[in-house]
Design a protein around this ligand. Structure first.
Ligand code: ADP
Ligand code: MG
Length: 349
């Protein structure tokens, strides 16, 4: 009796484990380009319907086209920039975003500033990506930078609530010539949208999606092991420094001087600009990785912490209850205490 019963139990249990309580977990893997960067998806689903991967790309593209882009005429940011100098109504989502950005500007002593558009345009940062031949490129002059800087400064963005008969709309006022640039937070904000989208799909049990230097983890893996998010060695970007072991819904963003840069006469110029000088910022940080439940925060804080350096950057990350991992120019690794428990360093790097 016993010898017949136990094998049956084991057999049933094995089926349940393999099929995830009756529904088989399929894995969908896809690589695309969206928001000007590589999007890599790994999604565990209970059905073979793979429409989710194209819905994800559509969501990223929509966010860029309708909301964030500085270049596409269809976006809200484009319209705000076109009409700088006049008072403009903004949607609720834009108001929230602008308020959160202004708060980070204050908290970072101005290191983070979405009004750097005129300076970013001058450096032609958008054109650096993927451009190997920089023979055509000429650096901006000190005078050009000085002039562009005059059209920047988050302190001169004003958000006011305006009451109509039916609703309260916020209004934005910024000086003429101002250009908002959301490059420091766009990918992170996209991750927040994707986390919401994934939560609406009951067939998705787990996912990891990377968008350039920003990565999300969602749910869990079928085998229950933690997600692994690799951290690039900024001193040798072909290699990995280690990885983060993560469980649940989290966002990781890395900012570093190796991500996007241009070389002129043997000198490199990277894409994170110091608002005080208009030139690429210098600190003791070579790269910084921020972990947060919010994609927006992980992305925005990684840019700010890069400029602030290890000491002030760590303070800022902790203020926002985010975890931080800094790599200095000499290869030293500095971590917040929460980060220490989840970072696993590679033996060869
Ligand atoms: P990536 O876009 O490579 O992920 P970051 O998140 O660090 O890198 O953002 C860098 C981008 O942010 C730049 O390409 C530029 O558009 C914008 N930017 C540069 N300097 C600043 C700054 N000090 N504050 C806010 N945005 C910035
Ligand atoms: Mg960023």
């Amino acid at each position: 009796m016993k010898s017949r019963f136990y094998p049956k139990c084991i057999y049933l249990l094995t089926i349940l484990l393999l099929t995830g309580c009756g529904s088989q977990a399929h894995v969908l893997r896809k690589t695309d380009v969206a928001m000007g960067t590589l999007v890599q998806q790994t999604i565990y689903v209970s059905t073979e319907d793979n429409k989710i991967t194209s819905d994800i790309i559509d969501e990223i593209t929509k966010l860029e086209q309708d909301f964030l882009s500085r270049r596409l005429e269809t976006s809200q940011v484009y319209a705000l920039n076109q009409n700088s100098g006049s008072i403009q109504e903004v949607t609720g989502e834009m108001e929230t975003l602008l308020r959160e950005c202004l708060e980070i500007s204050e908290a970072s002593d101005g290191a983070f500033d979405i009004t750097l558009g005129p300076v970013i345009q001058l450096w032609k940062i958008d054109e650096w990506a993927g451009v190997n031949d920089t023979a055509e490129y000429s650096l901006p002059t000190a005078e050009e930078i000085r002039q562009a800087l005059q059209l920047t400064g988050y302190e001169r963005l004003e958000l006011k609530a305006s009451q109509t008969e039916t609703q309260t709309m916020a209004k934005l006022q910024m000086p003429e010539g101002y250009v908002l640039d959301m490059g420091a937070l766009g990918k992170g904000l996209a991750l927040d949208h994707l986390l919401e989208l994934l939560a609406q799909r009951s067939q998705v049990s787990g996912a990891t999606i990377s968008l350039g230097g920003s990565v999300l983890t969602y749910g869990s893996k079928p085998d229950g092991t933690p997600w692994r998010v690799g951290i690039v060695n900024p001193l040798d970007p072909q290699k990995q420094l280690g990885y983060l072991k993560l469980t649940g819904n989290l966002c990781v963003s890395t900012s570093g001087d190796y991500e996007r840069f241009v070389e002129v006469d043997g000198r490199t110029y990277h894409h994170i600009i110091d608002p005080a000088t208009g030139y690429p910022g210098e600190s003791d940080v070579k790269s910084v990785t921020i972990l947060s439940e919010s994609g927006f925060l992980s992305d925005a804080l990684s840019t700010a912490c890069y400029l602030l350096g290890t000491e002030k950057g760590m303070e800022l990350a902790l203020e926002y209850e985010a975890e931080a991992l800094f790599v200095t120019h000499t290869g030293e690794i500095l971590m917040s205490s929460g980060m220490e428990t989840i970072f696993k360093q590679n033996e060869t790097r």
